[in-house]
Design a protein around this ligand. Structure first.
Ligand SMILES: [Zn+2]
Length: 433
């Protein structure tokens, strides 16, 4: 099917283009962006100055973190991370739908239980459920007795759940290959403590274990992402080829230089510590690191570090913060853009590129193009009534601002005005489907 959008303001993944543009799709691709005429027979949609932009992509997503409760965590249960596999999949289907309804056409997994990401991806590809384009992640891989394995050993999960533990480079190599065989495209490791997970020692796994994980993952075409917070472990992860640093609380000028050289992605994920501090549950060290990351982000952006949007959405603050920003509710994911854009030294276009251009590079790893508006790129797009560069906060209100979601060139959500459509060459109006 051929679709041409006319009279569109375009955010192309980097900046808002001047004036209005004409963007044509053919099948699952963007084929042109320019002023010009639609090909005869094409469906023409007059956006009347609304914004056409790449579909948003959240890049630290746990699809099955939904029933977190602090009560469970304090009681020694793993925070409500573990339910039977089918229940976890039900959460993932629900949360995938909330992403689409929020204007997010993609997510990059940051760990899941029971191969939920990989199986959801199959269900979406088979047309069984609608959901975002996704990059499947493994569970959290850690080591025996580490910070995720440090209490109530007699209640340890025996199912293949969210947190799994192995020791030694050979075991790491084998389990990485096993998860890749089962569909994981990213391997998630807990390299260090920090970011709200205190521990007696910083190091969570040995250097030779991280090296074996990176070598095994890259050898099979997968990425590695690491929960890492302290400086020494950050530098070790960058050096050993970890592709995505999650949190990275102590990233500084030296780390920024190394990340820029290696092309390492960074998910600062500041909403989680922001909530803890707001509740008065963070200590002085957490406040210091939260301020440090805010102060460091502009330098990382200027150095060309590929920063990504995303956070630990889970509902963990559902019972203690009114309107929990990390609950999986329509509009919450988009709140991040307004938050980061308000940091002195950053602007909205830069922050929007975290959830579009940078995210597309991380999701598809160069195998195809996504997250920008250019010829030949996969057509995952949204239509926003308003200017998200002038006012990124509108992305937190998709019920009002989100007028269309297009996945692989086809409409998933269509709230465009009926009069916007006609067929090129006939001059006749067409009603919205
Ligand atoms: Zn996480």
């Amino acid at each position: 099917m051929t679709i041409t959008f006319t009279n569109a303001r375009v955010f192309d993944g980097t900046s808002m283009l001047p004036e209005t543009q004409t963007v044509s799709l053919d099948g699952d691709r963007i084929v042109s962006i320019a002023a010009g005429h639609a090909v005869p027979g094409a469906e023409v949609i007059d956006l009347g100055g609304m914004t056409l932009m790449p579909g948003l992509i959240t890049c630290h997503f746990h699809p099955d973190f939904y029933r977190f409760t602090l009560a469970q965590g304090l009681a020694g249960d793993p925070l409500g991370k573990e339910f039977p596999p089918g229940v976890m999949m039900a959460m993932a289907i629900r949360n995938g739908r909330v992403l689409l309804d929020s204007g997010f056409t993609g997510y990059i997994g940051a760990s899941c239980s029971n191969d939920v990401d990989a199986q959801l991806k199959i269900a979406i590809a088979e047309g069984i459920v609608e959901g975002p384009r996704l990059r499947a992640c493994s569970p959290h891989i850690g080591t025996t007795g580490d910070l995720n394995d440090s209490k109530l050993w007699w209640r340890k999960q025996v199912t293949p759940g969210t947190d799994v533990f192995f020791d030694g480079p050979d075991a790491m190599r084998r389990i990485v290959r096993e998860y890749i065989r089962r569909g994981s495209q990213t391997i998630k490791i807990f390299a260090s403590q920090g970011h709200g997970f205190p521990s007696r020692v910083s190091r969570n796994m040995d250097r030779d274990e991280i090296a074996a994980i990176a070598q095994a993952a890259h050898g099979r075409g997968a990425k590695v992402r690491a929960h890492v917070a302290d400086k020494a472990m950050i530098m070790e992860c960058i050096e050993l080829g970890v592709d995505i640093l999650d949190h990275g609380d102590e990233i500084d000028a030296e780390a920024i230089a190394a990340m820029a050289e290696k092309g390492t992605f960074w998910v600062p994920s500041l909403i989680y510590p922001k909530c803890l501090l707001q509740l008065g549950w963070g200590n002085a060290d957490m406040q210091r690191l939260y301020d440090h990351v805010r102060d460091t982000l502009p330098a990382a952006q200027a150095a060309g570090v590929r920063i990504l949007a995303g956070d630990d959405y889970s509902g963990v603050f559902r019972e203690v913060i009114e309107d929990d920003p990390l609950d999986h509710q329509v509009g919450n994911y988009g709140r991040e853009f307004g938050y980061y854009a308000a940091i002195p030294g950053l602007n909205a276009a830069q922050v929007l590129s975290w959830g579009t251009k940078n995210a597309g590079e991380a999701l598809l790893d160069g195998e195809d193009r996504l997250g920008v508006i250019a010829s030949g790129v996969l057509a995952d797009l949204i239509v926003i009534d308003g200017d998200p560069v002038a006012d990124p906060a509108i992305l937190a209100h998709p019920q009002q601002a989100l007028k269309a979601v297009i996945q692989s060139g086809a409409f998933t959500i269509d709230r465009l005005p009926p009069g916007a459509r006609r067929t090129a060459g006939t001059g006749q109006g067409m009603r919205a489907a």
